[in-house]
Write a protein that binds this ligand. Structure first.
Ligand code: SF4
Length: 360
């Protein structure tokens, strides 16, 4: 099958266009990249090219919309969730949240997820397929289109484990970062992983790297395995070594650990002791995310429990942030809307995977 133009890394566009027979391929590469990634072109007509150029391109490439907008919900706090159907029928989502300077878009990288984290409704569904780089970047420009807001930050924290779809996520992020793409600073691109050691090491060696957040959720190996089965093959000591190497290579003073707080699982003093012991010597920020009810067997913490936990965390002497799940009251917090949609999917003939964790 001919490649889709949107799937190509921008740096490879000039050579691909030269092969297709275009004169001035570098100029065309810049023009097409800007129109696709910045102006949001999703059809040949949107690209505004002449007939001869289009004929040459069509002989080598596909172009056209990759996503169909199938639903939206906007919460009182303006958090917005959009549902998109991929060409092969699976449904993925984007969540747009306000931040201090603009809008953060929480992106999906896979339809479903095969890692089976026990606190995440997506884990019940399994992996349907990886998204392509083009589908990922189109989900950004199309969200801008339907929301009327420009995206200032992206974070891979929706459906799927981004480092399991490594090449597509890196290509999409590269195009978002590229000066002829969306031109978003690398500081505004975040990949959040449950902790796949080989991929973290590979990421660390990349020429251009983005922010990397680790879903830690516990500094006790047994609890990590209970929450994230993939932790069995990615033991904590090696994982923390990989994160230290990333911190050194990226020159970042702080690295961020996500911590989904679940009463009776990881909020007791033994878990705080483990954080103090295992993370000693690392400069880190701890993002505490009160778990949202998604009907997968745990209990959401009360506000008093979250306060008690974060107060006890003070002795770690690291910045602790409580991450607010945007739109929670409208059923749009982690897994909530999707949990509804799983029922829809069961009766409606297509699958809809719920998100991982997303926060503002
Ligand atoms: S938390 Fe992330 S990695 Fe784990 S099952 Fe959910 S989507 Fe997959």
């Amino acid at each position: 099958m001919r490649p889709h133009l949107r799937d190509l890394p921008i740096p490879q566009l000039p050579a691909a266009l030269a092969d297709a027979g275009l004169e001035r391929p570098a100029w065309w590469a810049q023009t097409l990249a800007v129109r696709m990634h910045r102006h949001g072109a999703t059809s040949w007509e949107d690209l505004e090219i002449g007939r001869r150029t289009r004929t040459l391109l069509e002989a080598r490439f596909r172009f056209g919309p990759l996503l169909e907008h199938v639903g939206e919900r906007v919460a009182e706090d303006k958090t917005r969730k959009d549902l998109w159907r991929l060409g092969s029928g699976e449904i993925i989502e984007t969540v747009l949240l306000r931040n201090k300077v603009g809008r953060t878009l929480c992106l999906s990288s896979q339809a479903g997820c095969g890692l089976g984290c026990t606190f995440c409704a997506t884990g019940r569904i399994g992996l349907m397929r990886n998204m392509t780089a083009g589908e990922i970047t189109e989900s950004i420009v199309r969200t801008q289109d339907v929301s009327g807001h420009r995206v200032s930050d992206i974070v891979f924290m929706g459906q799927g484990e981004p480092l399991q779809n490594y090449d597509a996520v890196m290509t999409a992020s590269g195009n978002v970062n590229h000066e002829h793409g969306m031109c978003l600073s690398r500081k505004r691109i975040t990949v959040s992983t449950v902790g796949l050691i080989p991929q973290i090491r590979r990421f660390t060696e990349e020429e251009r790297i983005w922010r990397l957040h680790l879903s830690l959720h516990s500094a006790i190996q047994e609890t990590r395995e209970q929450l994230m089965p993939i932790a069995k093959s990615n033991p904590l000591p090696e994982l923390l070594d990989a994160m230290r190497a990333f911190q050194q290579r990226s020159g970042r003073r702080w690295i961020t650990f996500q911590y989904v707080a679940i009463p009776g699982v990881n909020m007791d003093s033994a878990h705080i002791d483990a954080l103090e012991r295992e993370l000693a010597g690392i400069n880190y920020i701890l993002n505490v995310i009160p778990w949202n009810e998604t009907g997968v067997g745990y209990r959401a913490p009360t506000w008093a429990e979250v306060k008690r936990f974060t107060t006890a965390l003070r002795r770690l002497e690291c910045p602790v942030k409580i991450r607010y799940s945007g739109g929670k009251q409208e059923g749009m917090g982690c897994g909530q809307l999707s949990a509804e949609q799983v029922e829809v999917a069961a009766s409606g003939g297509h699958l809809l995977a719920p998100p991982g964790i997303f926060t503002s």
